[in-house]
Write a protein that binds this ligand. Structure first.
Ligand code: NAD
Length: 262
């Protein structure tokens, strides 16, 4: 296996536990030669995240609420110090919506709930990009995680689908803004995977089993498959790719209706 990310420095947001997509990406990036810093949300997760960070010899492991500008400033300052001022990639694998806003109808979403989901799940990518840019003087790669609920109505995904649509539009504007500096911005649209965040989505088990029935590959995907695609997008192999949403969903998104049983 090649060292796709040899010599690169990366910062990964969104590690909550060993099931996190962010963890799979951090671990794969480390395996492929990158130095990987880890950021997590709040002191409550420290006990779980610190031992994971130790497994990949993370040069930094810092808490950060991406809804807080001062916390983001501190996190990127810590990264600048740990990586001697050079960052090659950032992984944005964070999202949040109040569970109340995922139950029932999107039409009933509260103003505050809508603002919170947008802030944490969509705006935070721009907030990170702005802080990463000065550390990416030699170019770089930003990667975010999205879901099919941005494109089509997925019952129960509600305000999170709207936030993911904003995230996807946002990454295209960021790709246009940062492209001249050699910074690429892409997303992976992952099929449903059992994680902490997924557990908060009403009807997730149904989403998971239907995805496996509908997808051309007749199965769901796992964290390792998303991480492998992430390695590509973060590496120089994808040096000509920006503003892209790559589906890693066993093909589920191409299906207009369920397959006919044979
Ligand atoms: P996860 O729960 O492991 O990760 C979500 C992360 O967001 C957690 O680490 C959580 O602490 C963090 N977070 C929430 N609010 C935050 C805040 N204010 N500041 C900083 N961090 C905050 O679940 P996951 O499934 O690995 O989710 C990672 C990303 O993948 C999310 O963007 C999610 O929407 C996306 N995604 C997940 C699936 C899936 O089925 N699991 C599918 C497609 C996309």
């Amino acid at each position: 296996m090649t060292d796709l990310l040899a010599g690169k420095n990366g910062l990964v947001f969104g590690v909550a536990n060993h099931r996190s997509i962010a963890w799979a990406i951090a671990e794969a990036a480390h395996r492929h030669g990158a130095r990987v810093g880890v950021s997590y949300f709040g002191a409550r997760l420290e006990r779980r995240v610190k031992p994971l960070a130790a497994q990949i010899e993370a040069p930094l492991c810092v808490p950060c609420d991406v809804g807080d500008d001062a916390a983001l400033d501190a996190c990127f300052a810590a990264a600048a110090e740990a990586f001697d001022g050079r960052l090659d990639f950032v992984v944005h694998a964070v999202a949040f919506a109040d569970r109340d806003d995922l139950l029932g109808r999107f039409a009933d979403t509260s103003r505050a709930g809508h603002a919170l989901a947008m802030d944490v799940s969509a705006y935070s990518l721009a907030a990170m990009a702005r802080r990463a840019e000065p550390l990416m003087a030699a170019g770089g790669s930003l990667l975010t995680l999205t879901y099919y609920g941005a494109e089509k109505v997925v019952p129960g995904y509600n305000v999170m689908g709207v936030a993911k649509a904003a995230l996807e539009a946002g990454l295209r504007y960021l790709a246009a803004d940062l492209g001249p500096a050699g910074i690429r911005v892409n997303a992976i649209s992952a099929g449903p995977i059992k994680t902490l965040a997924a557990a908060g989505i009403p009807g997730f088990r149904r989403m998971l089993s239907e995805a496996g029935d509908i997808a051309p590959l007749r199965r769901t995907v796992d964290q390792a498959e998303v991480a492998d695609a992430a390695l590509f997008l973060l590496s120089d192999m994808a040096r000509g790719v920006t503003g892209e949403v790559l589906h890693v969903d066993a093909g589920q998104n191409i299906m207009g209706c369920p397959p006919v049983p044979r």
